[in-house]
Design a protein around this ligand. Structure first.
Ligand code: GLU
Ligand code: MG
Length: 437
């Protein structure tokens, strides 16, 4: 069959979905200039393709301009159609960025961080996901047998990531039944979030070609293992030197990274509705589930909202370069641009306010009384998406973190998503989200 290569320009939206419009590859140069048409209400399409509410109606036009630096072209070598897409930015017709362009939102947050503090954000998104199509035995946690049973998937996926310049680092048979994890090398600012999209999309792209189905949904079945997205963050200063580490700081945190982490933790009860933005997110964020359910800082603690990652002695002189903090209260129902953007905005507030580094918890906050937690500045995070949205809406100065139309439209979108789940039990909620992430 004759074919013309098709390139799809895509945007990542409130629903954490990647949507766009395509054009023949022969028109690539022209489309890099004029983009493809888009409309405001598209951002109100929820993860199941419904538009429960929109402030925009059928009115208005935007353009989605693809960024050639993000171009993905992967030929899987099996005769199937190659994967071709570019991530892009949403502009008004006059070329100005739209408040709800999440890629631009992140760009402006990292630019403000850079301008005000001289720090360049370096980040990496670590993803967990489930593979539906494999006959894995229970008890396959971290087992070589699980890698074997995954057949061609791991190697075809690594090939695709490499071909897309996503720099895969590890692929592992995670703890949960049918669960895997993939990590990639860190990138600077927006490029790190671009890479997160590529990681998710190429997992789906590989699975489709192998007749399988993978899901990054935060919880694919009640009581199972959650799929987290852990966001690793560090800084480079104006001289491009690592700046997150100070051998004399608490657990190695530099002053600026300590303030940044403190800013995130202070805002976390309010911004959780953005970093963990679905009903399924809250089936994952429970005590004793290796996710996180308090706004605490932990050293080598895999239940802390922010974990200070240890660096092996074998890193030798590279400790400063390898040192990073890991944000664990996130998942793939969020757009990585919005997720990272709001972390940077909250962290930047912490730097501006010169917040002290919170004490790291050394015991399980779930076992502490409210008073004990209050004494160390730790509180239970919202336990449902509804509660999380209430906290977001009630937060003072939240418009500084989500300026312009962004805040109101986001809340409207997410409230509409919850209405669609009215009366459903946890099994059905998990099933619905597993289908679309
Ligand atoms: N699956 C856990 C989560 O939901 C993380 C387990 C781990 O530390 O790798 O975040
Ligand atoms: Mg993991």
């Amino acid at each position: 069959m004759h074919r013309i290569p098709l390139i799809t320009a895509v945007t990542s939206d409130f629903a954490g979905q990647t949507r766009g419009k395509g054009f023949p590859a022969t028109e690539r140069d022209e489309r890099l200039e004029k983009g493809v048409g888009w409309t405001f209400t598209n951002t109100m399409i929820n993860c199941w393709g419904q538009i429960p509410a929109t402030p925009f109606g059928p009115l208005g036009d935007l353009v989605l301009i693809p960024d050639p630096a993000t171009e993905v072209e992967v030929d899987f070598g099996d005769g199937s159609v190659a994967e071709r897409f570019m991530l892009g930015d949403l502009h008004h017709m006059d070329g100005s960025p739209w408040d709800c362009c999440l890629r631009n939102y992140l760009r402006s947050a990292v630019n403000d961080l850079q301008r005000e503090t001289g720090q360049t954000l370096i980040a990496a998104f670590e993803h967990e996901f489930h593979d539906d199509g494999m006959g894995v035995r229970l008890g396959d946690s971290y087992s070589l047998e699980k890698v074997r049973l995954a057949g061609e998937f791991p190697e075809a996926y690594l090939y695709a990531l490499r071909a897309a310049d996503a720099e895969p680092e590890t692929f592992l048979p995670e703890y949960g039944a049918n669960q895997f994890e993939v990590t990639v090398k860190p990138g600077r600012g927006v490029a790190a979030a671009d890479r997160a999209i590529v990681v998710r999309q190429l997992a789906h792209a590989t699975a489709v070609r192998l007749g399988r189905k993978v899901s990054f949904s935060p919880m694919v079945s009640p009581g199972g293992a959650g799929n987290g997205v852990h966001i690793h963050m560090s800084f480079r200063d104006r001289e491009r030197q690592p700046a997150a580490y100070d051998a004399n700081g608490p657990h190695g945190l530099s002053e600026v990274m300590g303030q940044f982490a403190a800013g995130i933790l202070r805002r976390l009860p309010a911004i959780l509705a953005v970093t963990a933005p679905s009903a399924a997110s809250y089936l994952r964020l429970k005590p004793n589930a290796w996710s996180s359910s308090f706004n605490n800082l932990g050293y080598r603690d895999r239940e802390a909202a922010i974990r200070i990652c240890p660096v092996s002695d074998r890193a030798g002189a590279h400790v400063a370069g390898a040192f990073n903090i890991e944000f664990r209260a996130g998942d793939a129902s969020a757009s990585p641009y919005l997720q990272l953007g709001i972390l940077v905005r909250a962290g930047l507030e912490g730097i501006r306010d010169k917040l002290p580094v919170p004490p790291s918890t050394s015991s399980d906050p779930a076992a502490m009384s409210d008073d004990e937690r209050a004494a160390v500045g730790v509180e239970r995070l919202p336990a449902t998406m509804c509660e999380a949205l209430d906290r977001l809406e009630a937060a003072e100065g939240i418009g500084d973190l989500m300026p312009g139309d962004l805040f109101g439209t986001y809340v409207m979108h997410k409230r509409g998503e919850l209405v669609a789940l009215d009366g459903l039990d946890a099994d059905e909620i998990c099933r619905r989200y597993a289908e679309v992430y």
